[in-house]
Design a protein around this ligand. Structure first.
Ligand code: 1PR
Length: 559
């Protein structure tokens, strides 16, 4: 089998890239020392996280000069995400740190006044390919397999702004994407160099095609008529549809996908209200993740919902689930449950949240989701006069892997009040009055899967975790969980007003129209469903079709 060399500098989910490369028929050889780079015929430089951190690591490892030489020698080179950014002169993320300087220009942060930052989700990478390659009308010329009808998975806060013609004059072919009003470089190539800002290894079939085109050395190709999508897809960021799998051991000791009603995952015994039913078993985690991937899910989330009971490192089967899922599921995978500093009660050995997260990243996770520990960290931040301590799990993990790798999963519950002045918490006026006709409520944050309410509201929590370095919010809602009554739109709007990072609406989806309603009536960045998919009532594909009918942009599923 032909091979490609990959530089591993232990930053994030390299396993998925290896899986994607293997899927295209190549094997991976590792660059372990700078001398290995000279042996590489084809070289891929992946990168996640912080520009300065990455470049410093390359530099400290003695890799920068050999990478320059590899590129200068004319051998094939591909950069991914920060691997693309490294080719530019620099970035406002680390103004004092120089890039490789192969491409003129500097990266800058997206403007977050009109949109969420990081930019997370599926967006275009469109070239002026027909003009450049002299393509015939009706036959799209694809640059390294990129298609104008495909969407690719991006996750980044900094980008190379695109100015028409500037890079092209220097001989580069550029594929662009737009986020809000900002147009930026989505992919770029010239001669032996090709780089993508998006993650092809996380971009489903469309991304695998790009990796294969690079590895096969196929800079330009035509779309076979049999594969061409009929309708043009508008450019821009799509609405993300996420499938969530709550995982726990059932009474027989097997890890199963389950689903609660307001977080109660046991079957109801209507004849005996005192008896505890068995844990609802809705299927096997890996099989269900594959099913949702094939239906077009844009991301998969696994939540290990009873991890708080055990030492998370005892949950090795969750690692195995990730490993197996990432072999065939090429969209982002998030894992939550038990991400915190943990002391083994038997040995007294302390395992840091960062070590726990690192195990998950090494097993195929792209993001970790922190629940209970994020609430405690937010409380500490507030007690500490809004000063970070630098030690929370959010800070540890975002420092090492970047904000985009840290999701905070919150489990709020409504607390009704008669007036805003009756509580120190931030309230909203609600159109769904409380049991005594209350017109106001606040959202109390909880820990341990909703078992313990804390004296902190969702507004306080979101402000704190964003300041600590969270990159995204998974916004559950205990009141709506499993209710099939639709998302709590008031909660979603309230959460969006409290932070600039993306918010995933969760809990309550019962029919596809609930997703349309959520995107039409709030600024949610993504929406998540669980029970309606697990019970086989609806597929992810049906949700997406409904979104398209509602005039919303989604990622097309390619086979
Ligand atoms: O606190 O860091 O160990 O993380 C534990 C994680 O497990 C948290 O993210 C918490 O939300 C989750 N969790 C804990 N207990 C439960 C439970 O159900 N008993 N599940 C639980 C949370 C909510 C969503 C669900 C949506 C959509 N489940 O995962 O998928 O509500 O459901 P629906 O569409 O069917 O309404 P830590």
């Amino acid at each position: 089998m032909p091979s490609v060399h990959l530089l591993d500098y232990v930053a994030g989910n390299i396993r998925s890239l290896v899986n994607a490369i293997e899927k295209t028929g190549y094997t991976v050889e590792w660059i372990r020392s700078p001398a290995d780079i000279a042996k590489a015929e084809k070289l891929i430089l992946p990168g996640v996280g912080h520009f300065g951190h990455c470049l410093t690591q390359f530099s400290n490892g003695g890799h920068l000069e050999p990478i320059r030489q590899h590129i200068a020698s004319g051998k094939p080179f591909m950069g991914i995400c920060v691997g693309l950014q490294a080719l530019f002169e620099g970035s406002s993320e680390s103004p004092d740190c120089a890039g490789l300087g192969f491409i003129s220009g500097r990266l800058r942060r997206f403007d977050d006044r009109d949109k969420s930052v990081p930019h997370i989700g599926w967006n275009s990478a469109t070239t002026l390919s027909s003009e450049i390659a002299g393509g015939e009308e009706g036959h799209e010329q694809c640059f390294f397999g990129l298609r104008s009808t495909s969407k690719y998975y991006y996750v980044h806060s900094y980008a190379a702004p695109y100015e028409a013609g500037v890079l092209e004059k220097q001989g580069w072919t550029v594929a662009t994407a737009s986020y809000g009003e900002e147009k930026f470089v989505g992919a770029i190539g010239k001669g032996n160099v090709f780089a993508t800002q998006f993650h092809p290894e996380k971009s489903g079939v469309a991304g695998l095609r790009v990796i294969k085109a690079f590895l096969d050395g196929q800079m330009w190709s035509h779309i076979p008529a049999s594969e061409a999508l009929q309708a043009a897809i508008p450019t821009g960021l799509t609405r993300r549809v996420i499938a969530c799998l709550d995982v726990r051991t059932n009474d027989a000791g097997d890890l199963v996908v389950t689903k609660g009603d307001q977080y109660d995952v046991r079957e109801k015994d209507n004849t005996n209200t005192n008896s505890q039913g068995s844990v609802r078993n809705l299927g096997k985690p890996v099989d269900m993740a594959k099913l949702y991937y094939s239906q077009g899910a844009d991301e998969i989330v696994f939540l290990n919902i009873t991890s708080f009971r055990n030492c998370p490192l005892a949950d090795l089967p969750m690692l195995e689930i990730l490993r197996r899922t990432s072999e065939t599921v090429f969209v982002p995978l998030t894992i939550g449950g038990g991400i915190r500093d943990t002391t083994d009660p038997q040995t007294n050995h302390l395992t840091s949240a960062l070590e726990v997260a690192s195990l998950y990243f090494a097993s195929g996770a792209d993001k970790v989701s922190i629940g209970s520990d994020a609430v405690l960290a937010a409380e500490n931040y507030i007690i500490n006069n809004h000063q970070p301590t630098g030690t929370s799990s959010i800070e540890q993990i975002s420092r090492a892997y970047g904000n985009q790798a840290v999701v905070v999963s919150v489990d709020p519950r409504r607390i009704y009040v008669s007036s805003p002045s009756s509580t120190p918490h931030t309230t909203i006026a609600t159109i769904h009055p409380g049991p005594h006709g209350e017109q106001f409520c606040w959202y109390q944050c909880t820990i341990h899967g909703g078992r313990e309410g804390r004296d902190i509201d969702i507004h306080q929590l979101l402000t704190a975790v964003e300041a600590l370095g969270a990159g995204e919010i998974l916004l559950n809602c205990i009141d709506r969980d499993g209710s099939n009554s639709g998302f709590d739109l008031e909660l979603v709007r309230h959460a969006k007003s409290a932070c600039r990072i993306p918010v995933i609406a969760s809990s309550g989806a019962g029919v596809p129209a609930h997703f349309v309603e959520c995107f039409a009536e709030t600024n949610a960045d993504a929406a998540l469903g669980a029970g309606m998919f697990h019970r086989r009532e609806f597929t992810v594909g049906q949700v997406k079709r409904c979104l398209v009918e509602g005039g919303l942009l989604v990622r097309p599923v390619e086979e």
